[in-house]
Design a binder for this molecule. Structure first.
Ligand code: Q46
Ligand code: ZN
Ligand code: ZN
Length: 303
């Protein structure tokens, strides 16, 4: 197969575009896809102070790299989750990436916040690890961005991630989540910082190919807490469909953004300041503070 641009041997094939690319033109293709997503969904402005949620995996490091190349000002925030070796290794990769490129990296540790990491948080509260982890990360990213004057938080969710989430939301008819599922969430007056997912036009394997071709040294191990997560099954099913009909994932997700979402309720919720931490919440006490309280109570043997 040859590169569609220069007819040199292709190193990456993108079946849904029915195209092969050499290294140089694949990198250019990726940058163009991300730029287009940012423009179409009005995700970022040139004067934005962007905080990239960097886990040390391929998606977040590729995103950070791409935003730099596109000329945006973006700092990173790494949350140390306290999931054994996996977390230590992820921190090492993230720091090396930032140092190698002279980028500003902030770090926050769940153990320093709560007294224990995600593994123990999930055990104490009997919550599914990814659910406890998601609540914690959302809280920490929003709070950090708000307190440090960042105008937008960017995450590395790719096409596969978002299509799998969409499939899960549809299978369970989570109409409220469907109304809110978006790659660009606006800020609220109550203190939710704008959130964007600039990689949603790129499939997971394209992001991985980009990271490898750019020489990005990322955490290749899967998070051990994700074993058995239903999102993996949804991704497998979608990949199976994609094999037979290239373009399915893109049509599914982007068709939803363009034609599906408007059919689901999208009421702007009234948010209050959490009585404990001050972060926005629909109730009196935010999900993170309730989780933390449950974990502390479990440790004290009061439940
Ligand atoms: S880190 Fe956390 Fe992920 Fe691990 S526990 Fe689940 S959500 S899988 S992105
Ligand atoms: Zn080429
Ligand atoms: Zn709170």
């Amino acid at each position: 197969m040859k590169c569609v641009k220069c007819r040199q041997p292709a190193v990456v094939e993108v079946r849904r575009h029915n195209a092969g690319f050499c290294r140089e033109h694949f990198v250019e293709h990726v940058l163009r896809q991300v730029e287009r997503t940012i423009d179409e969904l009005d995700m970022l402005r040139r004067d934005d102070r962007i905080l990239v949620a960097v886990s040390g995996g391929k998606d977040s490091l590729a995103l950070w790299d791409i935003l730099q190349r596109l000329g945006y000002r973006a700092d990173g925030l790494h949350v140390h989750l306290g999931i054994g070796e996996y977390s230590s290794e992820s921190a090492v990769k993230t720091r090396a990436f930032a140092e190698g490129r002279g980028l500003t990296l902030h770090e926050v540790s769940v153990a320093e916040e709560l007294g224990f990491g995600i593994e123990e948080l999930s055990r104490r509260t009997r919550r599914i690890p990814c659910s406890a982890c998601g609540t914690t990360k959302r809280h920490l990213f929003n709070r950090f961005a708000r307190e440090h004057g960042y105008t937008v938080v960017a995450t590395g969710h790719n096409l596969d991630d978002e299509a799998a989430t969409l499939l899960g939301n549809i299978l369970h008819w989570q109409t409220e989540y469907l109304g809110r599922q978006s790659a660009a969430m606006e800020a609220t007056e109550s203190g939710l910082v704008r959130k964007v997912k600039p990689l949603v036009r790129l499939a997971e394997r394209e992001v991985a190919a980009y990271a490898v071709l750019q020489g990005i040294d990322y955490q290749v191990d899967e998070c051990p807490m994700a074993v058995g997560a239903t999102s993996h099954l949804y991704k497998e099913v979608l990949n199976r469909l994609e094999e037979v009909a290239p373009g399915t994932k893109h049509q599914f997700l982007w068709g939803f953004y363009e034609r599906g979402r408007r059919h689901f309720p999208h009421e702007s919720r009234t948010l209050n300041a959490c009585k404990v931490c001050g972060e926005p919440t629909t109730g009196e006490i935010c999900a993170y503070c309730r989780l933390a309280e449950r974990a502390r109570a479990a440790a004290a043997g009061t439940r």
